[in-house]
Ligand binder design. Sequence first.
Ligand code: FAD
Length: 485
Amino acid sequence: MGKADGFLKYNRELPQARDPKERINDSNEIYTAFPEEKTKQQAARCMDCGVPFCHSGCPLGNLIPDFNDAVYDGEWDRAAQILYSTNNFPEFTGRICPAPCESSCVLAINKPAVAIEHIEKAIAEKSFELGLVKPQPPKHRTGKKVAVIGSGPAGLAAAAQLNQAGHEVHVYDKDDKAGGLLRYGIPDFKLEKWTIDRRLDILKAEGIRFHLGVEIGTDTTIKKLHRKYDAVLVAIGSTKPRLLDIPGNDLKGIHFAMEYLTLHNRRVANEEIPAEIDLHAQDKHVLVIGGGDTGSDCVGTANRHFARSISQLQYRTMPSDTRAPHNPWPEWPMTYSSSSSHDEGCERSWGWLTKEFVGDENGHVTGLKVVELEWKSSREYDEKAGSERILPCDLALIAIGYERPMHDDFQASFDFEFDSRGNFKLQDWQTNIPGIFSAGDACRGQSLVVWAISDGREAARAMDIYLMGASELPSKELSQLVLGS
Ligand code: FAD
């Protein structure tokens, strides 16, 4: 441990976000540079607790006190070695993870948590700057061939691990560029896309082959891949959007959030968008229905489109600022939170139920009828008499979650089993079809990038064992057993 009293001496400090008025004029990341000395001070706030709850708070089991110590000592090489031992892509998680590790940081019991996410990003960027991240092709090849369907964080993490184990890895994706939701869901102001391209260059140089613009189930079948490869990983995400099943939902101007976000991300990447499918919020009354990351990203994007007004509706009551007794530390806090997109401008309303979209004679949406709710318990509510009103709306963005993976076309090849929510059902990361595995949102439901990377790593190890009988790839469970022993 670098500094015994760092947590008493230094306050939590993070890089400044650019002024909202300025940053909505571009799509670049919103944070400014942070001096190295200050990052070291932030690392010094880590108490190196006897029981580092942050390890288990992090789905990857990141060895947080160890890399904090290395950062405090200015040993970036050591910090990078520790961080990459559990996380393939800290340049992504260091930017967009909601940081469950920080919620379980022991310092967070009575002080602001250690700035773990920022420190992770600093190590990731420093490791590239110092040339520590170089392609490392495996020394030996096993002769086994593996297909990964999906190039989101789960597929990429699994591909990286399987390649390190010496297998020949082929990644298939229906999109024309790799990255999954990192590229086509999450906006550039949270994650600039050069970070994905930089990582893809390393993976390609290590020998991973990408087959883009190939939709499995349409352009070729999963059965063919199963025949051609020794094992297959299904990492197709969970992107079937949940419908807002109310009258008027077929009016023009009502869209799923992902349609809007994908088009915007493509526009920022200078891709041509055909006018007939383009969506823009300029001068419109935008209603974002649903909270969560997707809803908040719509708010940030609509701000960059200079919408006339932006409102976000959630039907639950507004969460409290403090933890409820049944939600103690070190659990993820179910408290009020806002994102940088909200700071840019948005009216947030809680406790409203959507009743019906209303439209004009051209069939275009003009408003949304809502009614205020009185919650009687966490499940039951009454509609408040006389509270009905119509909110103006020219563009409605539905962000109420995702039902399940888009696996319909796979069923023509195999009779896959799914869990009660329609995700791939697994036993040791393997589906009911021998040799076909799954990872990420496809088996977990829409979740987080950090879970996708973790699943990709664990599934890769299970596939390696399936192919070779044993594996030297790391596993979170094993490393925690060693730490706990
Ligand atoms: P995905 O990223 O969905 O990747 C799946 C890939 O499979 C895609 O590239 C897709 O094209 C491909 N594919 C699908 N079907 C086929 C097929 N039949 N053939 C070939 N290829 C196919 N998480 C965070 O941690 N922080 C955030 O800030 C955050 N923000 C988000 C914002 C939005 C708008 C959304 C939608 C999600 C956000 N998430 C966030 C969640 C996170 O992005 C996902 O949990 C994560 O990307 C899941 O990774 P994955 O690899 O399982 O799937």
